[in-house]
Design a protein around this ligand. Structure first.
Ligand SMILES: [Zn+2]
Ligand SMILES: [Zn+2]
Length: 651
């Protein structure tokens, strides 16, 4: 029994321990299950996050894909646009090319038309001249008239059915008849004339037929009006600038206005005085060489003939001839300059002279000191020769004073700047001051201003002296004056105070041009070298820079880029003409307008004031003269002679 109980107890204990083990197992397992659940839920969460991320990424990928697509699209569009633009560019290029060729064709055409205009004007003038020589009794007159009509109405209609054209023709014929009414002369007069007469000039005919020496046409049958005739011959300075010399032949009086040379050596240097017989007098308008340089030749063969000019011109002419000779420009075979000086007869402005019955008066032309225009009266007729004329206000001398004579018969007018717009001297001075300041202060260089010794130089000096400060010229800059400018300014200009502007007339003559900052340079190269050791400006003659002081400075300054040269008008046209091939200048080159001549508006103003019936245009390039002739033609009878040509007119 006891054994049985003992085994039962043992069995119970075994079961209990078994249970205990099972409990423990259960506990372990449930713990594992919980951990597994937790792990599962963590994994699920992770899966969720990853899924979310994956969704985001695919969104991004999609967006990126979309962007790539649109970029491709855009690229396509851009390519297309580029292509379009290239096409457009090519089209424009083509269009531009055709525009260019059209433009150059048009420019050529303009050139052609200009030439044609020149030819037409020439032809018209020729016909006019011929018409003036012709008499109504002349055999060729009818033919001339027909040519003139053709010229004027372009074609001569076979039948004059067009009333407008017929009316125009009638009107023109009326004008021609009116203009030439003076020339009517009776047939018997013509038949008496020497058939071998080579010179058809009315003037020369007058000398033959009119013993009394009166310059009137014979009054027969009430047709002819007593008007003097004039034949004008250009020995130089017509259709060109340079070598001015004009013969005014009134029949009973022959007067030569000016005897100039061509200082630039283009074409013959002096006028041909060979065929000039019976001159009564010469008048020299002013002391520029293109108006007085040939005096030694003129004087040589005419020892008795007086040469009239204004008192300042008499001094300036001698000085200009001496300077020119000193520079090697003397005329071989000409009379010595002291002979020329003895023959100059000074005549004050406004004082009338009697030259063989023709009244000659010199008036101020405002071009340079002493420069004159010439007013000539022969019987009832007046002729006005402008000489070189300037209406603009100068710094040194008063501007031109036109004569108080209305309805001038013939105006002989210079046309140097006939196509130019006004450019006041003050503006040019302002430009000079800017260049001087910039060159001397900013770059430490020197400025050369080459100039004519006479007129232009004094204007520049006075302009800088009186307006330099106003335009900002630096106080420390020195302006040096060198070459014959110095003597011309000091002696000649300062001696003629009475002819200068009132504000200068009470100055101390030594202080008119020079001051603390504007100084003359001694005439030696050592002095010149010394002034170049500091930045400065130099006003020096001659204008060509081909000798004398200005050539010295050109050689010293042109090779460095810190220096500058300022070329006033004429200097600009000479500049570079003597430069050898391949020679290069380094200095800064500035051009300013500084010419004492009338611009287009001023020339037109002169014709408006003087109201001339006829105009002869001189002293200008052919292009400028035909340009001005074109503007004046509707209201005046215009002549545009060239050198050697004669214009014959009834005044
Ligand atoms: Zn001149
Ligand atoms: Zn001139």
């Amino acid at each position: 029994e006891a054994e049985k109980r003992a085994s039962e107890d043992a069995h119970v204990r075994e079961l209990e321990s078994e249970l205990e083990r099972l409990k423990q197992d259960n506990e372990r397992l449930s713990f594992g299950a919980r951990a597994a659940r937790e792990r599962a839920s963590a994994l699920a969460e992770e899966v969720e996050v990853l899924t979310g991320e994956r969704t985001d990424t695919s969104g991004l990928v999609r967006k990126a894909e979309e962007r790539a697509a649109s970029a491709l699209d855009l690229r396509g569009q851009l390519d297309e646009r580029i292509e379009n633009l290239q096409r457009r560019g090519a089209q424009l290029e083509k269009a531009l090319d055709s525009e260019r060729s059209a433009y150059s064709k048009a420019a050529e055409r303009v050139e052609e038309l200009h030439e044609e205009l020149g030819r037409v004007v020439e032809e018209r003038d020729k016909i006019r001249n011929a018409l003036q020589d012709a008499r109504f009794t002349d055999r060729g007159f009818g033919e001339l008239l027909v040519r003139a009509i053709k010229n004027e109405v372009a074609t001569l209609p076979t039948s004059l059915e067009s009333t407008a054209q017929a009316a125009r023709l009638m009107e023109f014929m009326g004008k021609v008849l009116q203009a030439h009414a003076d020339l009517r002369s009776p047939g018997e007069q013509t038949s008496e004339e020497d058939p071998d007469d080579k010179d058809p000039s009315p003037a020369s005919q007058m000398r033959k037929t009119d013993g009394a020496g009166s310059a009137t046409l014979p009054r027969v049958g009430g047709y002819a009006r007593p008007r003097p005739t004039l034949s004008f011959r250009a020995l130089g300075g017509a259709g060109e600038v340079g070598g001015s010399s004009h013969l005014l032949d009134f029949g009973k009086t022959r007067i030569l206005v000016d005897a100039g040379i061509k200082p630039d050596g283009r074409g013959p240097v002096t006028p041909d005085f060979g065929g000039l017989d019976g001159l009564d007098a010469a008048v020299i308008t002013h002391a520029h060489l293109d108006h007085c340089g040939a005096l030694p030749l003129l004087v040589r063969d005419r020892p008795k003939m007086p040469i009239y000019c204004t008192p300042p011109s008499a001094k300036l002419i001698v000085s200009a001839l001496n300077d020119h000779a000193a520079m090697g420009g003397g005329l071989p075979g000409g009379a010595p300059i002291h002979e020329v000086r003895k023959r100059l007869v000074p005549v004050p402005f406004g004082k009338p002279l009697d030259v063989g019955g023709t009244k000659v008066t010199l008036t101020e032309s405002g071009h340079i000191l002493g420069a004159a225009s010439v007013l000539l009266s022969s019987g009832p007729a007046t002729v006005f020769h402008t000489g070189d004329i300037c209406m603009e206000d100068h710094f040194s001398i008063p501007s031109a004073r036109l004569p108080e004579v209305r309805d001038i018969d013939l105006l002989i007018m210079e046309a140097t700047l006939a196509d130019q717009k006004p450019q006041p001297f003050s503006e040019s001075i302002r430009t000079m001051v800017d260049v001087i300041n910039d060159t001397t202060l900013e770059r430490g260089g020197a400025v050369l201003i080459p100039t004519y010794a006479l007129g232009q130089a004094q204007e520049i000096i006075l302009g800088i002296k009186h307006y330099g400060r106003e335009y900002g010229l630096d106080r420390d800059v020195f302006i040096y004056v060198d070459g014959s400018v110095v003597t011309t300014s000091e002696r000649l200009y300062a001696e003629q105070l009475g002819y200068m502007k009132p504000y200068l007339q009470h100055s101390d003559p030594r202080e008119i041009f020079f001051s603390e900052n504007i100084r003359a340079v001694a005439n030696d190269d050592g002095a010149r070298e010394r002034i170049l050791s500091n930045p400065c400006a130099i006003i020096a003659s001659p204008v060509t820079m081909q000798g004398g002081a200005s050539a010295f400075y050109r050689r010293r300054l042109e090779k460095s880029s810190e220096n500058a040269v300022i070329l006033p008008s004429n200097a600009a046209s000479y500049y570079g003409t003597h430069r050898a091939e391949g020679e290069e200048e380094q200095w800064r080159v500035e051009r300013v307008s500084f010419a004492a001549h009338c611009t287009q508006d001023e020339l037109l103003g002169i014709t408006e004031k003087l109201k001339p019936r006829q105009i002869i245009l001189i002293h200008g390039s052919r292009r400028r003269i035909s340009d001005l002739a074109f503007r004046l033609a509707p209201d005046h009878k215009i002549h545009t002679p060239t050198v050697g040509e004669t214009v014959r007119t009834v005044l």
